[in-house]
Design a protein around this ligand. Structure first.
Ligand code: FPP
Length: 247
């Protein structure tokens, strides 16, 4: 490992794993091969995150917009996620990794819903890395669901509209209890958020990496963490000030 010091490590890194399709195309392979190699990169990254003592790692596995892809690719992606949970859950549990899923579970088939629930329940008391898998996730959808839940409580008289603060909204998001990402990484050279953690990214640092996701390595991860650690985060204040509590 490079000269990573624990004191200024990010607590939470979130990754937009992009470029599986282009990785495959470059090699004249079907897109599924890119996604398969992408799962290998997921394993490498989870290990590297555990190795450097990261507390939270969020991976954007399937967006609420990904249903628009051809049916065969959607089914490949769902199959890979199911296979990952079936094959890797025991190992993750052994490594003391806690699994959390964010995204809309309504509308998912029962077998996937049960698998996601099983992963969360089996690992709920683990205390090392928390691996958050964003699945059927869209940030605007997440915020709309939070708003609807607050509106329901207001309509039923359980909540006063004046108590809808940023903290109250944060608490209704799928990421409730998870600190905001310090660093968001996107691979493949694209530089956008694509409806990922819009609310939570208010003060995140961004690192865009030209490599396609299947080529993402332990070294790439550590270089990104080193780059993050060289940055000056001000949270709206001045350089050298401590971040405001609650941010
Ligand atoms: C983006 O590449 C990647 C995805 C839409 C899916 C990411 C999924 C995995 C890495 C596998 C399953 C995940 C887990 C956690 C086991 P793209 O297809 O958009 O690539 P392109 O932009 O080059 O076409």
């Amino acid at each position: 490992m490079s000269d990573i010091t624990r004191s200024s490590l990010p607590e939470h890194v979130a990754i937009i794993m992009d470029g599986n399709g282009r990785w495959a195309k470059q090699r004249g392979l079907p897109r599924i091969m890119g996604h398969r190699r992408g799962v290998e990169a997921v394993r490498t990254t989870v290990r590297a995150a555990g190795e450097c003592g990261l507390k939270y790692l969020t991976l954007f596995a399937f967006s609420s917009e990904n249903w628009r892809r051809p049916e065969s690719e959607v089914s490949d992606l769902l199959g890979l996620l199911k296979a990952f949970i079936r094959r890797d859950l025991a190992d993750l549990h052994k490594e003391n990794v806690r699994v959390r899923i964010i995204g809309d579970r309504e509308g998912l088939k029962e077998d996937i819903r049960n698998l996601l629930l099983e992963a969360e329940q089996m690992t709920r008391d683990n205390t090392a890395l928390t691996l958050i898998i964003a699945f059927n996730y869209g940030s605007r959808d997440e915020i709309a669901r939070a708003a609807a839940s607050l509106a329901r409580d207001v309509a039923e008289g359980k909540l006063d509209a004046s108590s809808i603060t940023p903290d109250a909204i944060t608490a209704r998001l799928d990421t409730n209890g998870i600190p905001d990402p310090d660093l968001i990484i996107r691979t493949s050279g694209e530089e956008r958020l694509s409806n990922f953690l819009l609310w939570q990214a208010a003060y995140s640092e961004f690192i865009f990496i030209p490599d396609y996701w299947p080529d993402f390595s332990r070294d790439t991860f550590f270089v990104a963490i080193d780059q993050y650690m060289a940055r000056d985060r001000r949270f709206g204040g001045l350089s050298g000030q401590v971040a405001l509590a609650g941010v």
